[in-house]
Design a protein around this ligand. Structure first.
Ligand code: ADP
Ligand code: MG
Length: 322
């Protein structure tokens, strides 16, 4: 079902940044504490993600490229209490359909690892190999067999921007994990394990620290943490606006509106507040299954969330006399 894989690939993989997102999520699901990303030519020639997570057995390594093979859902019921990021078992199969993929992986409890090379959904080689504990996935020549898609990719600058956006979202969502990103041998980010505030400043620069106002709230419905930027630092663009729900970056025009409403009267025209807001909710009260790229979420009780968020931010802004 090579064709089915290519079609599925179109849904999952729009550009190099989509590959990065899927690989980073897999590393996080594998409990990595350190994740290194290396790209060449904006990811068009190489995307490599190296983690120190749990790794895979020989069988799991081989299975990982099968469509709908996921080790993450044991019961249908798990779908409703998703703790892991992946759950469809589609990413690796899709990526392997449209790129040259090399997997090296080893579990801590095994001495020898597995190396598998894939090309257009075919296994071209599989052997035992010496490799560190964890997983190294290299994706080369993305869309090599779909010239139309390859030609459709934007300039290296634009594709790199998308990669950096994706990388930052994941790094912000997981401040306790160490991340690095290297492009054509230039180290763009080197992020040590830290907390939310430090991670934000490590990504956006030291000056960011002075503009952050902490937001904290804990109700039965949601636990809110994170920061909003002081109004005088509001931007001319929407660059620094982030919501994370259960450690997953999401877009929500509705919740964005709640933040903007909390800033009412404090912002100049056409300026956008910065925010880095982390919401923890009962996984049963959200539906993240509505979009293949999973950046949108449906909440059971959005009105309550809106009100809680708005009032928590207003309270914080008031306390810090801004
Ligand atoms: P999903 O994440 O939806 O399960 P994927 O296609 O992304 O599907 O991955 C397939 C399977 O490969 C995963 O369920 C997991 O068992 C294994 N896997 C993928 N990446 C890693 C990794 N970095 N470390 C350990 N196991 C991994
Ligand atoms: Mg996955």
């Amino acid at each position: 079902d090579h064709v089915a894989n290519q079609i599925a690939a179109g849904e999952v993989v729009q550009r190099p940044a989509s590959v990065i997102k899927e690989l980073l999520e897999n590393s996080i699901d594998a409990h990595a504490t350190r994740i290194q990303v290396v790209i060449k030519d904006a990811g068009k020639t190489l995307i490599q993600v190296v983690d120190d997570g749990v790794g895979m057995s020989v069988t799991d390594a081989r299975m990982s490229f099968e469509r709908h093979a996921t080790s993450k859902i044991k019961l249908a019921d798990d779908l409703f209490s998703l703790k892991t990021k992946g759950f469809r078992g589609e990413a690796l199969a899709s990526i392997a359909a449209i790129a040259h993929v090399e997997l090296k992986t080893r579990r801590a409890e095994e001495e020898i690892g597995t190396c598998i090379k894939m090309e257009g959904s075919q296994v071209v080689s599989q052997e035992a190999c010496v490799t560190p504990k964890g997983t190294c996935l290299s994706v080369k020549n993305l869309f090599y067999n779909i010239p139309a898609r390859r030609n459709f990719l934007k300039s290296d600058n634009v594709e790199t921007r998308h990669i950096i956006d994706e990388f930052q979202r994941v790094a912000l969502a997981h401040p306790d994990i160490s991340f690095s990103l290297t492009h054509n041998n230039n180290e763009l980010f080197q992020l040590p394990p830290s907390n939310q505030r430090q991670r934000i400043t490590n990504i956006f620069g030291g000056k960011t620290n002075e503009k952050l106002v902490p937001v904290e709230e804990d109700t039965g419905i949601v636990k809110v943490s994170g920061f909003v930027g002081k109004p005088e630092f509001a931007k001319k663009s929407r660059g620094e606006q982030f919501f994370f729900v259960n450690n997953r970056f999401i877009k929500s025009p509705y919740l964005n509106h709640a933040v903007v409403a909390a800033f009412e009267g404090l912002l100049k025209d056409k300026s956008y507040p910065s925010y880095f807001l982390y919401l923890d909710v009962d996984p049963k009260s959200i539906d993240i299954n509505i979009h293949p790229t999973k950046t949108e979420i449906k909440f059971d009780d959005e009105h309550a969330l809106y009100a809680i968020l708005k009032s928590a931010i207003k309270h914080s802004l008031g306390q810090f006399n801004v």
